[in-house]
Write a protein that binds this ligand. Structure first.
Ligand SMILES: Nc1ncnc2c1ncn2[C@@H]1O[C@H](COP(=O)(O)OP(=O)(O)OP(=O)(O)O)[C@@H](O)[C@H]1O
Length: 345
């Protein structure tokens, strides 16, 4: 593993831990995202890795070298880690090109600007390379900061909400470019974000953080489709939660009817099923193992439609493609297409 974070802990105020017993590792050429709501400790975790904060407990290793522990603290500039922080401070008296070229000390002088220009072009800033930070918009400065951090090709790069100031279209294209630069150069990255779509599309693996702890680590598909907790299920996108009691079975009775579970369970259980794993049908001709419900709201989004269906006082969300057309107040049955995932907590 390239980066190993072992049981790290940090409090700013005694007795109020901000990062608790956090453990994860990042492999060679891997992009790892720390995803969680505002205030859950993501930035602090990144600052502990960069060395801008000292930890209270635990250890951080890069290529088996100890960077941080309670006894040792390697200075940030000596860690060989690149970073883009939320406040992306660029050198104000330098142009965009000079900002990016500045860190390329490993290259011969005449090659620095050529390479810096190439990276700026790839982050869409080629036309603005001779402007100073004051002449650039927030989003443009953010792209220069990204180029500056990536250009020296550090083994590991830390990215704290690096696309937050870009509009939706620019965000997607910049994300793709940055991902491809990181992958091609063989770098690894830790991305901090509260945007689930960003984590799902950018990272190879995601650690979902809640109140200072990582609740689950997995590939985007695992954390999205196999969440371990209610928090992870809900934070990764819309979902339908069912609660009930069963006797050693993989079927639960719900208000939409029988629902198959991904495994056998017993006692009180909670399970989750994504809206796209449910569908709706006209009640005519379907067997009576599915309960009737009514469409109470509909969100048409062009390529797909989200229906809100009320069954016996409970609301469910169903996501279908735009060929399944119903109107508000239509009577329907909700039918599962996949099994529901039993949550551990
Ligand atoms: N230097 C500090 N001194 C005191 N408290 C701090 C300090 N830095 C962070 N905190 C507190 O630690 C908690 C976690 O902050 P952190 O910035 O790590 O969260 P985050 O998940 O990155 O949130 P955001 O996405 O809003 O940046 C917050 O309650 C914050 O107020």
């Amino acid at each position: 593993m390239l980066l190993e974070v072992k049981n790290i802990e940090k409090s700013f105020v005694e007795g109020v831990p901000v990062v608790r017993q956090t453990t994860f590792s990042v492999g060679e050429n891997e992009i790892f995202a720390l995803l969680g709501p505002s205030g859950c400790g993501k930035t602090t975790t990144l600052r502990l890795i960069s060395g801008f904060e000292k930890l209270d407990n635990g250890e951080i290793y890069l290529e088996d070298d100890l960077l941080s522990s309670t006894k040792k603290h390697v200075a940030p500039q000596k860690r060989g880690i690149g970073f883009v922080f939320q406040d992306y401070a660029l050198f104000p008296h330098m142009t965009a090109l000079e900002n990016v070229a500045f860190g390329l000390t490993d290259l011969p002088k005449h090659k620095r600007k050529v390479f810096a220009e190439e990276v700026l072009c790839r982050t869409g800033m080629g036309d603005h390379q001779h402007k100073g930070p004051a002449e650039l918009s927030g989003g443009q400065q953010q792209r220069v900061a990204l180029a500056r951090a990536i250009a020296p090709e550090p083994k590991l790069i830390l990215l704290d909400e690096p696309f937050s100031n870009l509009d939706a279209i620019l965000r997607e294209s910049t994300r793709k470019e940055v991902r491809s630069i990181i992958k091609k150069a063989g770098m690894s990255a830790v991305l901090v974000t509260h945007d689930q779509e960003e984590a799902l599309s950018f990272a190879d693996r995601i650690g979902v953080m809640n109140e200072g702890r990582i609740e689950q680590i997995g590939t985007p598909e695992e954390v999205y489709y196999q969440p371990k907790s209610k928090f992870v299920a809900r934070f990764l996108g819309r979902t339908n939660i069912f609660e009930g009691e069963i006797e050693d079975s993989d079927i639960i009775e719900t208000k939409i009817g029988h629902l198959k579970l991904n495994r056998k369970a017993k006692g009180k259980i909670t399970c989750s099923i994504r809206p796209e794993h449910l569908t709706i049908e006209s009640p005519n001709g379907t067997s009576d193992k599915y309960q009737k419900g009514m469409i109470v709201a509909r969100e048409f989004k062009g390529h797909d439609i989200t229906y809100h269906v009320e069954c016996d006082g409970e609301r469910y969300i169903v996501h279908t493609d735009n060929r399944i057309l119903f109107e508000q107040n239509d009577e329907v049955v909700v039918r599962p297409l996949e099994s529901a995932v039993v949550l551990e907590r």
